[in-house]
Design a protein around this ligand. Sequence first.
Ligand code: 5GP
Length: 142
Amino acid sequence: MAYDDSNVFARILRGELPCIKVFEDDHTLAFLDIMPQSDGHTLVLPKEPAVTLLDLSPEGATACILTTRRVAAAVQRAVGAPGLLISQFNGEAAGQTVPHVHFHIIPRFPGLKLKAHGRERGDPDRLDQIAARITGELASAR
Ligand code: 5GP
């Protein structure tokens, strides 16, 4: 699928728009979802331009899943979630709204329903506090 480099994640990757970053390496970037479905909702994306998982190189896909696994463990500890939903949408028909491939890490808590997808902005102070806990967990896991 043709990649449009004006999408919001491409702009974040180029540093043109801000994000609440929790992890970065040579191939991937992870930051908090600005409209979290639960506390700790984090996105992991490759730096490689690709719309869907099927457009991504095997190396990019490998880097993404390794970062997702590493960041998910830190998210889980940071928010004390007993479960994690990890999801990934390919194409508008599947619910993808930003055309740069990404993985969602969404903490789940018993009896707590998820907020709607991409609807309500998170409280900025709360997002910063959660990000600090996640980066703290990542630092202590090294
Ligand atoms: P998709 O529907 O493409 O799987 O998910 C896109 C996600 O990106 C949504 O959960 C939405 O809340 C999030 N999102 C959209 N725009 C921004 C943004 O500018 N910054 C951040 N951090 N997240 C965004």
